[in-house]
Design a binder for this molecule. Structure first.
Ligand SMILES: *Cc1c(COP(=O)(O)O)cnc(C)c1O
Length: 362
């Protein structure tokens, strides 16, 4: 039992800013004098329409999204987008995929259901996904329909340290675990998509940022809901949208704006991650398996090299209020996910706890 809020290092769903939760609490019973909560509101009402429009506008402002991109709010999370991507983008049937971890592999496998010409362009599985294949290692197909990459690898704790050159082939990037953590040049991508439960909002939807010329429609081949073009034309309201989730997204975007935007987030997140990596690089007990140039700022993975000690650490940390530090079930070890809403002091206190644990157990 905890009296105070814990430090939640979960990979997702994850922490939300306290200010945002308080605002939601304040507005819960009577949103803006409407006499109702956002959860009970018609998605066709003026009040909700304003929320949805403002959320999209803030997304565009915060991420500096060019006018020739649509922003879609869709259900089914990032996983359903793994299928939406080949449905919407395959024309010749050829697409390039890079495997850099668990989710990129899932996404690649999903694409195989739609074409037998899906091409594995590079994979870092030879070194347990501890690095990102560099440009010269990519076996790109000229004229492919798209190249798919997973920009930040949530399970293994790596991040792309460059944006590939593709000679005009649109890049589709899964940014589920890094979106809004720092500025990105949206114009370098054909599609950016993300499940919102890591760095934006509670679970329940994905955001898809797609360049307009890629919206060609599904021509009746697949379920209407999967059609990005139709979704764009309907303003993501082809059916009842996840209203509460869109509202929470809006509150988080406002919080980001009020706190200096993505440049400020980047500076804060870099500092936060450096505290942890510096400790890992100097510790005799805890180690990062990821080479420095590929390290994720959001998901920090580490091990002691001794499974029993890992287990003891995770258990004792949880008792002390640092929860969900167990690594993904497929890789073991530890993982501290330190998304936007994790305060600096959460990481400082975690490092102090790790130091103490190291002293007591060596
Ligand atoms: C969590 C995650 C997913 C899966 O997201 P869902 O919204 O649960 O489908 C996909 N890709 C990455 C990189 C993730 O971190």
């Amino acid at each position: 039992m905890f009296k105070d809020r814990i430090y939640n290092f979960s990979a997702g769903p994850s922490m939300l800013p306290v200010e945002v939760l308080k605002k939601a609490q304040e507005e819960m019973l009577n949103y803006g004098g409407t006499g109702t909560s956002v959860m009970e509101m018609s998605h066709r009402s003026k009040a909700f329409d304003d929320i949805a429009k403002q959320t999209e506008a803030d997304f565009r402002e915060v991420m500096n999204i060019p006018d020739n991109y649509k922003v879609l709010f869709l259900q089914g999370g990032a996983t359903l987008e793994f299928a939406a991507i080949p449905m919407n983008l395959l024309k010749t049937g050829v697409a390039d995929y890079v495997r850099t971890g668990q989710f990129s592999t899932k996404c690649y496998k999903e694409a195989l259901r739609f074409s037998d010409k899906i091409h594995l362009t590079a994979s870092s599985d030879d070194k347990t996904y501890s690095y990102i294949p560099q440009q010269e290692q990519l076996d790109l197909t000229p004229g492919a329909d798209y190249l798919h990459i997973c920009y930040n690898n949530t399970v293994f704790g790596t991040k792309w340290n460059y944006i590939p050159e593709t000679d005009g082939v649109p890049i589709v990037a899964d940014m589920s675990s890094s979106i809004l953590s720092e500025p990105v040049d949206v114009s370098k991508f054909g599609v950016i998509y993300a499940g919102v439960q890591k760095n934006i909002a509670p679970a329940g939807m994905a955001v898809v940022i797609v360049r307009e010329d890629l919206l060609t429609g599904l021509e009746g081949k697949y379920p209407t809901y999967m059609d990005w073009k139709a979704q764009a034309e309907a303003g993501s309201m082809m059916n009842t949208p996840p209203c509460w989730c869109i509202y929470m997204c809006g509150l988080v975007l406002k919080w980001i704006k009020e706190n200096g935007g993505l440049e400020a987030r980047k500076a804060y997140n870099e500092k936060k991650a450096a505290i942890l990596y510096d400790f890992l690089d100097n510790s005799k007990m805890f180690k990062s398996a990821v080479e420095p140039q590929y390290r994720s700022m959001m998901n920090v993975t580490f091990v002691t090299g001794d499974d029993a000690l890992d287990k003891k650490f995770v258990a004792e940390a949880a008792e002390a209020g640092f929860v969900n530090l167990k690594g993904h079930r497929s890789v073991g070890g530890m993982r501290a996910s330190i998304y936007n809403a994790m305060p600096m002091e959460g990481v400082e206190k975690l490092v102090a706890f790790m130091k103490k644990f190291e002293e007591e157990n060596s």
